[in-house]
Each structure stands twice: as C-alpha cells, then as structure tokens.
Write a protein that binds this ligand. Structure first.
Ligand code: MTE
Length: 328
C-alpha cells in the first residue's frame, strides 16, 4: 500500500498488505491529513505520525468528523473497485473504462490552484497550503449521474466555504467558476471535440457556500485516485455529477452567470442548475429512476431517484420561488 507515495508522505504501513492493516493504514492517512489540516501545533510528519498512532481506534481527533448533519446516508457504500473503474472523465476518453486505463500517468504533484476574479485576496495555492485550509471530514454522499446511474461514495475533504471565506469575495462575486486541467500531453481525450476544453463548471455563490458543497481530496480513506479527479475535485451531491469538476486548477469568482462546458455542448439537455429532479426528464430519457452501480445485474430493480438526490431538506430553500422545470 503506497497511498502516500505520490503525495509526499511516508507510508508507515508500507510492508503490510493484510486487509485490516490496509484499512488501518487508510485511517491513519485520514488522521494525518486531518491533524495537519486542523492547524494544530503539529509541525513535522513525525509528530503527526506519533499522534496518529497514539490515538485509540474510534476516538475522534481534532477536525475529524464522520459526516455533517444530513450528509449521512445509511445506504451501502459502492464497492471501491466499481467507483474507481466505472468513471466519467472525458479528458481521458468517453468510455467508462478509459479514465482508469489512461489517467494512471497524470502528474498530481506539484499542483497548484489559482483563485482569482472578484476576491480581495487572489492567490495561487500550492496543494499542501490548500489542504490546510479546512479540517478533513469523511462524508458519505450519494452521487447521481445525469445518465441514470448512481453510487454512494465516502469522500474525504472539507466544505468549499472554507476556501471562499479565506479569499474574501467582493460584493460583485455572484457566481463561482471551476476550471479543470486540460493538458494534451497527459490527457488523450482532449483530441476529441466532444466538449469545449477546459472542462468548466460553475455554481451560484450560495450554492458554492452551502456546507454540503465539498472540496474533496480523498475517497474511501485514501487520496483521490486519478480517475476520480486527483488531486482535488468538487462534489455537489444534490446536482447531477457533471457539475462536480475533477482535477481543479482554477477557481474564479465572477459577477455574471458563466457558460459551462456542458451548456456550450448542449444547453437544452444540460442546464446551468441541473439539480437532481425525478420529475423533470432529460429530453432523451426519464430521470425518475436510477441504476445503483455494484448492485446486481441488469435485472435488478432500479431505485427511485430522490428530489435533490435526497438532500432537499438541506438545499431546497436555495431554490424557493424558482421554476425547477425551467431551471433544469
Ligand atoms: N470532471 C472533468 N474534468 N471531466 C469530466 O468528464 N465528468 C463528470 C464529473 N466531473 C467529468 C468531470 C461526470 S459526467 C460525472 S457523473 C462525475 O464526474 C463522475 O465522477 P466519478 O467518475 O468519480 O464517479
């Protein structure tokens, strides 16, 4: 197990391969990043490691919370092998197996994220600086793709609002744009014109500030696999999956509602809001039900899709007064 290899950490359990050891090793990664991110006095890796090892299993450490209110779903998490082999990441190809096959060489260190536009403190964050802006949490969210399939994924990250508060948006900032990596040398899918590269997504400011909106650095207790958007991605659990951009390189605060890559591709099918809504069909298929990946074969009954993907109590009020049919 070499979870830390690409991220500059040393894996204290690198010689252990038994499943339990692997699980504990993943927990340690969580604890270490959480401790580092909690901004405690733990300066060195050695100190962090000592603290992590001293902590009895199951005891919460500073900054580690397993969920936020409402994020918890009791549904079974999707097997990790499914979540890491059935992906949409068009920069590596449009087939579901392309990201796992072609993203392996993506260079995720060094990595930086530029924050610009309508903010008082525009700056370039190195990945390590960025990771320390919030306390890492594990959040188990449903992920619903516009194509009609879904998963349940335990992400590791923190609310994007931590970053937004740190850069202090100006009064003109009404939308946030998320720009993802577009490097033809590393991403064979860019040769296709299926989308307008780079892949750009955006949220309204209140959506971006919502506590459920997650900046994720890991999943299943490990650093994010490349096919899932390493080294950092957005996760907006009440919207169709395409709103959650992978491998982010730029976050821009703007006044006017920006066009997104999917709107440019086809705005009658992939609107700006794209909240999960079982009552509004995609022009070419129903959105009333979904196929849970990893759950049986083709004969397995589909699940009913939930309004706002089950997060209506948390986010419904963001859209009070809006015609949700119109704002697909
Ligand atoms: N981000 C980038 N940069 N490129 C993509 O093609 N696909 C989106 C989203 N983020 C995509 C992306 C879509 S359609 C979905 S459903 C989710 O990523 C899939 O995330 P997963 O592969 O981790 O399940």
């Amino acid at each position: 197990m070499h979870f830390f290899k690409d991220h500059g950490f040393i894996d204290p359990h690198s010689s252990q391969i038994a499943p339990r050891a692997a699980y504990e090793s993943r927990r340690d990664w969580l604890r270490q990043v959480a401790l580092a991110a909690a901004g405690t006095t733990l300066g060195s890796f050695a100190t962090r490691q000592a603290h992590a090892q001293a902590a009895p299993a199951g005891v919460a450490l500073p900054g580690v919370r397993s969920t936020v209110a409402g994020a918890l779903t009791m549904e079974k998490t999707t097997p990790r092998t499914d979540a890491t082999s059935y992906n949409n990441f068009y920069e590596f190809g449009t087939d579901k197996s392309d990201p796992a096959r072609h993203a392996g060489a993506l260079k995720t260190r060094p990595w930086s994220v530029v924050v610009e536009g309508e903010v008082k403190n525009p700056r370039r964050f190195d990945l390590d600086q960025l990771m320390k802006l919030g306390a890492m949490e594990e959040r188990v969210y449903r992920l619903r793709c516009v194509e009609g399939w879904s998963m349940v994924i335990p992400w590791v990250g923190w609310s994007l609002s931590n970053l937004i508060k740190a850069v202090e948006p100006t009064g003109n900032a009404r939308f946030v744009q998320f720009v993802t990596l577009a490097d033809p040398a590393q991403m064979p899918g860019l040769r296709s014109s299926v989308l307008d590269w780079p892949y750009v997504e955006a949220l309204r400011m209140d959506e971006a500030m919502h506590p459920l909106t997650l900046l994720a650095f890991g999943m299943y207790g490990e650093v994010l696999p490349r096919q899932n958007g390493a080294p950092l991605r957005l996760v907006v659990p009440w919207k169709y999956g395409f709103k959650s951009g992978k491998s982010l390189v730029k976050i821009r605060f703007v006044e006017k509602q920006p066009r997104t890559s999917w709107e440019v591709a086809n705005d009658s099918e992939y609107g700006f809001y794209s909240n999960v809504n079982p009552n509004v069909d995609h022009p070419r298929w129903s959105q009333a039900t979904e196929r849970r990946i990893g759950e049986g074969g083709l004969l397995t009954r589909k699940r009913a899709t939930l309004m706002f993907n089950g997060y209506e109590p948390q986010v419904g009020q963001l859209y009070a007064g809006m015609d949700l049919k119109k704002y697909f």
